[in-house]
Design a protein around this ligand. Structure first.
Ligand SMILES: Nc1nc2c(ncn2[C@@H]2O[C@H](COP(=O)(O)OP(=O)(O)OP(=O)(O)O)[C@@H](O)[C@H]2O)c(=O)[nH]1
Ligand SMILES: [Mg+2]
Length: 233
């Protein structure tokens, strides 16, 4: 009986979150913004990846970041150094961003900047390999990071994140030679969960894979623009 109640509550919660996510996505669509939701366990390299990305693409694209952290603005402050709008959201005790929190971030963004001038919004989610994958925030695509230090079994143990991801970045590949990690097994475990996900091995330290990541980001923006043109035609 107790279990049934919990399941019903969870379905309602996710249903309400989904409605909010659809509303957020409608705002992004109206402004011509592509939104990418960046997720991983704590410390897999989300903020460093965004730092490298802002440094490389900031001249080419108008980018903003919605930065989710439980308590601090440490990551937001790191990213503000790249001169882009960064809206910080503290989730308090919650281990993920939800669509309502991101809605607040979107409205702050729209008050402080002209959102129609933006092309790309990254959402850096709270470091957690489980919950963020369950809660859409209005993104057009999900990016998951898994660092080589986490072990090749993680796609099997935490399947939802890997099933939901549109792009999986295997990060910190510069550290692989010092670890007992089997990268082929890791990739095959990812494929078992999600046969079609784009996988990019990447090191923010050496730069390996960064160009492929930037190209994937550009492709996301282009495919959304093509979709919009098709809708208008
Ligand atoms: N060797 C190596 N270290 C990296 C790489 N990318 C990130 N790191 C290190 O990993 C640590 C965590 O990086 P962050 O970018 O802060 O990780 P995060 O996922 O944003 O962490 P949270 O926001 O706390 O979840 C830092 O010490 C980074 O310098 C990499 O490609 N190679
Ligand atoms: Mg971070």
């Amino acid at each position: 009986m107790h279990q049934t109640f919990d399941a019903a509550l969870e379905i309602n919660l996710l249903h309400a979150n989904q409605a909010g996510a659809d509303h957020n996505r409608a705002h992004f669509d109206e402004w011509g913004i592509t939104c990418l939701n960046v997720m991983s366990s704590p410390g897999a390299g989300k903020t460093v990846l965004l730092e490298r990305t802002l440094a490389a693409l900031n001249q080419e694209l108008k980018i903003a970041v919605i930065e989710g952290d439980m308590t601090t603005e440490l990551d937001a402050e790191r990213l503000r150094q790249y001169g882009v709008p960064v809206i910080a959201i503290n989730t308090g005790r919650s281990c993920h961003l939800d669509s309502q929190m991101v809605s607040g971030g979107i409205h702050t963004l729209a008050q402080e900047y002209n959102p129609s001038e933006l092309e790309l919004v990254f959402v850096e989610n709270v470091g957690n390999l489980v919950c963020p994958a369950e809660f859409e925030v209005g993104e057009h695509a999900k990016v998951a990071l898994l660092s080589v230090t986490e072990g090749e079994d993680k796609p099997l143990k935490y399947p939802v994140m890997f099933q939901e991801a549109d792009c999986l970045l295997i990060t910190k590949t510069d550290l692989a030679p010092y670890l007992d990690i089997d990268l082929h097994r890791l990739e095959s475990n990812v494929r078992q969960m999600n046969p079609h996900v784009r996988i990019i091995p990447l090191s923010a330290k050496t730069g390996e894979g960064l160009e492929q990541w930037f190209d994937w980001v550009r492709t996301q923006i282009q495919s959304l623009q093509i979709e919009e043109l098709a809708i208008q035609a």
